[in-house]
Design a protein around this ligand. Structure first.
Ligand SMILES: Nc1ncnc2c1ncn2[C@@H]1O[C@H](COP(=O)(O)OP(=O)(O)O)[C@@H](O)[C@H]1O
Ligand SMILES: [Mg+2]
Length: 260
């Protein structure tokens, strides 16, 4: 059965899409069958994976949820992985589904293909609204990328409140795989303080702080713009190697299994 991991943080620009993309490629390099789900109406993950749906009638995760097509018809196949794309249409979900059970839409949509993948990664929008709640409801685990600044770290408290609600209402089993420090710059004088503060806030919320830290690296941005495989784009890039280490750490912590 596929393990579902969502990458989430209500703040924009913290590295959710970058992390989803890098983990998709990194886990696929380990021989795992990976489905990468874009659950953000901005469609950034779809773009970086060359799975853009410009035409309103092209099948996306939105059409699957609306039961206008089967999930297998919306999934696009790439060399390394499969992608379930999204576009702006997804933003309508909030007003179109108002009744009971609206937090289970994504979980139900993914159910038919769960056995076909080892890992399903979900990229989420920068808020704690219905789409993110759907991702939390579907997921076994969550990875939370944060920038190395105090406001980003304080945002964890709000995110934790939402997680608590989800555990009570729709998914008692979701666990935090870890908080991931992103865009770390070891040369900055405050970097040590950032790490300590992150550790202390994560501890107070009972969330593990991942040992792996993602350094700032232009190779990541370039790969996304050029729609290249992020893990192959620049083998000397420290940030790319950080993501490789993150895959190792997720295996070590039992978040994903490579021997399934
Ligand atoms: N470690 C990093 N080093 C350099 N650029 C990064 C890094 N992480 C993310 N970025 C860049 O920052 C921007 C925002 O990242 P993104 O993953 O889109 O954030 P989010 O999905 O949380 O909004 C993108 O242009 C991305 O390429
Ligand atoms: Mg994003």
């Amino acid at each position: 059965m596929g393990k579902i991991i969502c990458v989430s943080n209500q703040k924009g620009g913290v590295g959710k899409t970058t992390t989803t993309n890098a983990l998709t490629m990194g886990l696929s390099d380990r021989g795992l069958r990976v489905l990468s789900v874009d659950f953000d109406p901005q469609g950034n993950l779809s773009f970086s994976m060359n799975a853009v749906c410009r035409n309103d009638s092209e099948a996306t995760v939105y059409h699957v949820i609306k039961k206008e097509c089967r999930i297998t018809d919306a999934i696009q196949h790439r060399d390394a992985c499969d992608v379930l794309p999204s576009n702006l249409l997804l933003s309508a979900l909030d007003v179109e589904f108002t009744g009971a059970g609206r937090e289970y839409l994504l979980k139900q949509a993914l159910a038919p293909v769960l056995s076909q993948y080892d890992v399903i990664l979900i990229d989420t929008p920068p808020d704690l609204g219905l789409l993110t709640i759907n991702a939390f409801t579907a997921a076994d685990a969550i990875i939370i990328p944060v920038l190395c600044d105090i406001y980003s770290l304080q945002g964890l408290i709000q995110l934790n409140d939402t997680l608590r609600q989800v555990r009570l209402r729709s998914n008692p089993n979701i666990r935090v795989a870890g908080v991931l420090l992103n865009r770390f710059n070891a040369r900055e004088k405050v970097s040590g303080v950032v790490r300590e503060t992150a550790a202390s806030i994560a501890r107070s919320l009972d969330m593990p702080l991942l040992d792996t830290i993602i350094h700032t690296g232009v190779a990541l941005t370039r790969a996304q713009i050029q729609q290249e495989n992020m893990m192959r784009t620049d083998l000397r890039s420290r940030a790319v190697n950080d993501y490789r280490q993150l895959v190792d750490e997720l295996v070590r912590r039992g978040v994903v299994r490579t021997d399934a």
